[in-house]
Every structure is written in C-alpha cells, then in structure tokens.
Design a protein around this ligand. Structure first.
Ligand code: MN3
Length: 391
C-alpha cells in the first residue's frame, strides 16, 4: 500500500508455474493491501481459467493462441479482458492500472516483458533469475536510469536484500550464497552416471518447478544465482562465495568491511520471500510455518564439490568472460534440461552440452534486448539442429 492508502496493483506474469501458484496464495492473503490486476501464462489453459474464476483479475494474458481461444470461451460470462500473444505480456506491463510487475516466468522468456516494465517505471518483483543472468548489465542499467528498485524473490537474494536493509552506505566485503547441495550432495562422478529423472526431481527441501529442481541438482541454479547476485547487488564475482548448507535454514549472508556477517533465516518456504518482495518494506503477519531451532540441532556448512558438479565453475567462467557468454550458457542449459526432462540424454551430459556450446560461441557483446534474444535463439537452434549427443 502506498502513502495515499491505495492498494498496490499487481501484474503476475507466469501465474500457472510453481512460483506463480505460491504468489497467488500470498496475494490473496492481503486483499486490503494488494490487488491482482493481471495474470499471465504461456499455455496452461485449464489452470488459468480456474485462477481467473477464483482470483478475479481484470485482465488475463495467454501467450499461445490455442490456449487463448479456450480461455476466452470459458470466461465469456466473466467481466475479464483476455489478451493473446507474447506482445501482450509487454502491453500489460505498461498499463496505468499496474503498479508492480511480479515475474514468475521461467527462463529467458521473461526478459522482454521485464525490460519493458522497468522502462515504463513499474516496481519490479523478480523471481525470474534467467533475465538477470542473460542481460543483467542491460537490465540494471535501465533500472538505474529509471530509478526503479528490483525486489528479489529468489530466497537467497531476498536474504541478502533483507540483510542489507539499513546498511545503505556500508561497503560489502563478501556475499555468501547458501546452496542445499541438491539430492546428489556427496555423490561421486561414478554414482552420477546412473542418475534417473525421478532421482533428480526429488529436491530435499524446496517445493519448486522441474527446471529449477534439475538446475539445483547440477548446481547450475547456484551458478545462475551467483550471476544474479552480481547484478542485483553490484558486487564483483570474486567477492561472491557459495557455501553448501543442506538444511536450507540460513538463506544467505552478507559480510561487511568490519568482518561482521548478517544473515536471514527461516523455514524453506518460497511464500516468505515472495511476500517480502511484494509488500516491501512491510513485514506483515502471516500463518507460514515458524522455525523451531529444536528441530535443527545442527546447522552445517561445507564447500561445494566443484569437480563432481562442474556447472558452478562454468557459470563463474561464463560471467567472467561476459558479453553474450552467460546468455549462451543459459540457452544451452535450458535445452540440456529440456532434453533431460524428456529422458533423451543422461544426467552427466548436461554440463558437457553447456561447455560445448560455450566453446563454439561467437563472443559478441549484445547491446539490446533483441540482440540478446538473437544469441539465445541462435544457440538453441544450433543445439536443436544437431540434437542430443549420442553414445
Ligand atoms: Mn534460489
């Protein structure tokens, strides 16, 4: 709610994914403060119809045409505007009835709408980490130019953001990002040879969608988050450290120049970082589970195994090289994860596919959203043309 007592009007992009569902749950808890103006999804027509009936937004966006026709027909008796196509994702971001854009889109598809929302001066709550990985320089420059704050939704970045409240002029010495280590923590390279899709989809602590669950198991998720943190908090890569913390209670830490470390702790539940991002700077009462330290007699920390899980180093290296390289890495990872989810490649092929794509990349320096998206498209087209590696 702003100072005049107006509700904060939210456009939720990606409402049918795992994060989107949790975001709807949060928004619905604060009807006096928040108003759901727009929901948008790619193609999940049935779920979108159900969400529209339950949450009564004023606008629904469906990207795919076939799904759009189905949604439009089903909601004919509702007082809801229905828009179709990718361009509509951008169009709703500039509408006057929207104060904040909450992007829960997965992958590079979220880049254009968020860039446009920033350009239109909207508040941004960002769960879509790939946007900052691919074009962090462009996004953060535009946000600075428009004087727009980007509120992180990713739990690690929310923890850092919360630890920085009140520390505006105090220099950061180091960011320490925690990682659960995923389901294969402690496994050897040999053991990873036989990992199945079902094994990889079992995340020990967090309830997330399939893409981010696989990324967590390979540590690519942590690599993406390191790059995300670099842009969000303007901290050099060599001052961002990853530490494995299997209990997922300490969500990340900031070390200041005096050596003092601040952290944010809580139960692993994405609804808390979502809530903080969309109601910042307020801390509102909720019924989310509370942490009982008696349930966690030991909080442990260890170094990540960068040799068995090479994706973390791949991400650091791609970010160091800069230019289009993080975009190429992200594109190759999206394809590799898609192939693994379709059971067309082995688990251990994922890092090789990404490394291979980086080796063959032309190290250009994109300057616009279109140029970044062209690199993304070219990388994916090349991979799809040659298909999955054969053994
Ligand atoms: Mn995270």
């Amino acid at each position: 709610m702003d100072q005049q007592g107006h509700k904060r009007r939210i456009a939720l992009l990606g409402s049918t994914g795992s994060m989107g569902l949790q975001a709807l749950d949060v928004i619905a808890r604060y009807p006096d403060l928040l108003q759901l103006e727009v929901i948008a999804a790619n193609s999940s027509a049935d779920l979108l119809i159900q969400q529209a009936r339950t949450f009564k937004p004023n606008i629904v966006v469906v990207v795919q045409e076939e799904a759009y026709l189905k949604v439009k027909e089903a909601l004919i008796d509702e007082d809801i505007k229905i828009f179709c196509g990718e361009q509509s994702l951008c169009d709703v971001c500039e509408m006057e009835c929207v104060d904040m854009v909450l992007s829960c889109i997965v992958g590079v598809a979220g880049l254009r709408p968020i860039y446009h929302a920033i350009d239109c001066g909207k508040l941004i709550a960002l769960a879509n980490k790939e946007t900052l990985v691919v074009a962090g320089e462009l996004i953060t420059r535009k946000a600075k130019e428009r004087n727009i704050a980007i509120y992180p939704v990713d739990s690690e970045h929310s923890a850092i953001f919360q630890s920085l409240v009140g520390e505006h002029f105090n220099p950061i010495e180091k960011l320490i990002i925690t990682a659960s280590g995923g389901p294969f923590r402690g496994w050897t390279k040999e053991q990873l040879q036989n990992v199945t899709l079902a094994d990889a989809l079992k995340h020990p602590n967090w309830n997330m969608g399939p893409k981010v669950t696989i990324d967590s198991s390979t540590l690519m998720n942590k690599g993406l988050e390191v790059i995300e943190a670099k842009w969000l908090f303007n901290v050099d890569l060599d001052r961002i450290e990853v530490v494995v913390h299997p209990q997922s209670i300490v969500h990340s830490l900031v070390q200041f120049k005096d050596g003092s470390i601040k952290a944010q702790l809580g139960c692993p539940d994405m609804r808390l970082p979502i809530q903080y991002a969309i109601t910042y700077p307020l801390r509102l009462e909720n019924e989310l589970p509370r942490l009982d330290f008696a349930d966690y007699p030991a909080l442990t920390f260890e170094k990540p195994d960068r040799e068995t899980f090479p994706c973390l180093n791949i991400a650091y290296e791609a970010s160091r090289q800069g230019g289009c390289m993080p975009c190429v890495m992200n594109a190759a990872n999206e394809i590799a994860v898609q192939w693994f989810l379709q059971e067309r490649i082995r688990y251990v092929d994922i890092p090789h596919i990404i490394e291979n794509a980086l080796q063959h990349a032309d190290p250009v320096k994109p300057q616009t959203v279109d140029e970044y998206l062209a690199v993304d498209q070219e990388t994916k087209a090349r991979l799809l043309k040659f298909g999955p590696p054969r053994h």
